[in-house]
Design a protein around this ligand. Structure first.
Ligand code: HEC
Ligand code: HEC
Length: 291
């Protein structure tokens, strides 16, 4: 906060408090039994202009005293930090340090174990599940079954690999999938033919003249990443196209859209934001889902 704004707040706060006091006592100019009337009459009933009841007045005075005490003790009066030295960030840091100290022994128990070993411990898996609910469920779903564009983590089908170490690497470093757009290279008819061909890899009913026409273009443009039989390549995150599990969808329109515009699925990296112990626990949880 600049000193201008600090001063501005100090002046404003002071004026408000003094103003409130003046307003309160400025109106106490009449004894309780003055019998003065306000002049308001409702249905023949006249309104007395009595002073505020004492309990109300003292309560009000107490709030003013409290406000001044609060501004002395805590931050609030411009950039004055308060005599207690309290700050929101400081409290948060203390609580984090406190939690670290408390949970340190809990995490230490699993620190030297391989992830597959951690996955066999129901207590560790439950902790991993809670971390998953906090960090991962917004994309992969509370049950980890994914959604369009977000892979299902409970099945045997893996884009990048489902062994414990690969799952761990995926979480630490994140993944960026690069499926280039092919609309220009293939042309609209080419997109349709190749999409048919892709479908025929998992669905014999899609085979036919159109799919056959797409096969040559597939061999030219797609084999490098998806392989000659469409089995994919986990090194590149290129999905298997010959099974019935789809990341974006296996209907013709969706495949055509994938080919035309490309896809760039991104799994965020957690290496910087989640501590190493928690990553191992959540990796163990994910690993346990498909075991
Ligand atoms: C440079 C490597 C590369 C090439 C070349 C490539 N792809 Fe891909 N493809 C990928 C990657 C990586 C993904 C995953 C994209 C993602 O996860 O967002 C993908 C995704 C797909 C999908 C979506 C699968 C699903 O489960 O929804 C289809 C369909 C597909 N590719 C077809 C093709 C076809 C057909 C060609 C050739 C015209 C091709 N790809 C060429 C890398 C490639
Ligand atoms: C912002 C959304 C998002 C969040 C949050 C997220 N993920 Fe992902 N994750 C993705 C996407 C998208 C992919 C697929 C990337 C691709 O297209 O290849 C993915 C892929 C993965 C994979 C690889 C799956 C495979 O088949 O190889 C694993 C494992 C994974 N995520 C685990 C996690 C875990 C554990 C967390 C929480 C710590 C998490 N994800 C949080 C979006 C997310």
């Amino acid at each position: 906060m600049t000193s201008f704004w600090s001063g501005y707040i100090i002046v404003l706060t002071t004026i408000t408090i003094i103003g409130t006091v003046l307003l309160l006592f400025g109106n106490r100019n009449r004894p309780a039994d003055s019998q003065a009337k306000t002049g308001h009459v409702y249905d023949g009933i006249e309104e007395y202009d009595n002073p505020l009841p004492a309990w109300w007045l003292y309560l009000f005075v107490a709030t003013i005293v409290f406000a001044i005490g609060y501004l002395v003790a805590y931050p609030g009066f411009g950039s004055f930090k308060g005599v207690l030295g309290w700050s929101g960030v400081g409290q948060w840091e203390n609580e984090v340090a406190d939690a670290k100290r408390r949970y340190e022994p809990v995490f230490a128990a699993w620190r030297d174990q391989p992830i597959a070993g951690i996955a066999a411990d129901p207590k560790a898996v439950r902790m991993g599940q809670r971390i998953f609910a906090n960090e991962c469920s917004q994309c992969h779903g509370a049950d980890a079954r994914g959604a369009q564009g977000f892979p299902n983590l409970t099945d045997q089908d893996w884009i990048w690999g489902g062994d414990a170490d690969t799952i761990h690497t995926t979480i630490v470093n994140g993944r960026v999938a690069a499926m280039p757009p092919w609309g220009d290279a293939l042309g609209e008819e080419g997109v349709r033919n190749v999409a048919r061909y892709v479908q025929s890899l998992s669905d014999p009913q899609a085979a036919g003249a159109q799919a056959a026409a797409g096969a040559a273009q597939y061999a030219m443009f797609c084999v490098a990443c998806h392989g000659p039989e469409g089995k994919g390549n986990p090194m590149l995150g290129a999905p298997n196209l010959s099974d019935t599990v789809w990341l974006y969808g296996g209907d013709l329109a969706t495949i055509e859209q994938t080919l035309r515009a490309g896809r760039n699925g991104q799994m965020p990296a957690f290496g910087q934001t989640l501590d190493a112990d928690k990553i191992r626990l959540v990796a163990a949880y994910v690993y346990s889902l498909s075991q």
